[in-house]
Write a protein that binds this ligand. Sequence first.
Ligand code: GDD
Ligand code: MN
Length: 359
Amino acid sequence: MKNNLSIVTATLNESENIEKLYTEIYKSLKNTNISWELIFVDDNSTDDTVKKIDSLQKNYENVFLIRRFDKRGLSSALLQGALSSKSKYIVFMDADLQHNPKYIQNLFEKIKNSNANVVSASRFLTKNDFLNKKRYKASIIVNKILEKLTKIKFTDILTGYFIIEKDFLLQNINKLSKTGFKILLDIILSSKENVVFREIAFNFEPRYKGKSKLNNKVLIDFIYLLLDKYFGKLIPARYIIFSFIGLIGAIFQIFIIYALFQLLGFNTSLFLGIIFAMTLNFTLNNEFTYSDLKLRGLKFFIGLSKFYFFCSFGALFNFLTAKNLYENFNTFYIAILLGAFVGSVWNYYMNTSFNWKNN
Ligand code: GDD
Ligand code: MN
């Protein structure tokens, strides 16, 4: 009897890789007892990716396509594909052939013949020719740190090439953060109490055609994912980044007041310092804290005005809280800190609800 396998791959402008991906998977599985389906999840590619997938679908009945027009992101795309898959096991892989399909069979055998829920293809289990030394070194260090944090044994939790039991994924799907590029990390961190995780070795190859989609946002999403996983139950990851940026603004404000004080006097430099800090904070928050809801063009300036408005009240509440605490309880530092906390929660809440709102 044939074993069924679902292969899920996400695409963003990968037109030149589609056909090759299919034929390579076909070649590597044709002499096995695995029957498979290939599910593409495309996020509104602007090249011919969808056309290429359509023509594959005309020729082969094991090809499926999910198209999304208003969403972006590798992890969420892969999960979407997984939800539509029909087999007991799901392989996740990239569409650019950096993940050579010849390892699919090894992944499949390993998960089937062990008690593992997840088996991944690791770049670092054996020595490989390193494609990009800098990135690899960074990956190895991050992997080591994460290994210490999670107390699970692995060499590469950042790989995007792995097989998972569908039931196991579904059991844990509500716990996932779903942001960013690193879905394996998300899955393992969300299920670390009960996951059995194994690895096989593989050689990460050069991209066949097209360009990598890795950019700064991917790095921010990565930090986000970790914050959410470790503190998310207590404090939203967004609030941590928002407060951190607030702190940067406050430091700049002090410097500006200090620099302009002699020239312009206290009140004017205070005013300029506050305006500068709020503008800086708005710009940084727009770039990092709310990068998924980034305001551009005219919306940027409307958002900035709203930010000034909300934060003025934030400053007032900050002031009133600290003043009251100081006058009534005579606690200098606690008064300042609690004042700042009340102000930042207000600013965060108002801006998340009415400025960078999800709609
Ligand atoms: N649908 C969709 N939406 N697909 C996306 C998106 C997106 O927003 N962003 C990227 N992809 C697809 C690409 O089209 C490709 O098939 C795959 O995701 C990986 O993207 P690359 O741009 O090729 O990523 P990479 O080579 O830098 O990263 C790979 O290596 C890492 C190991 O360091 C990925 O495999 C990572 O998962 C892996 O961790
Ligand atoms: Mn790639």
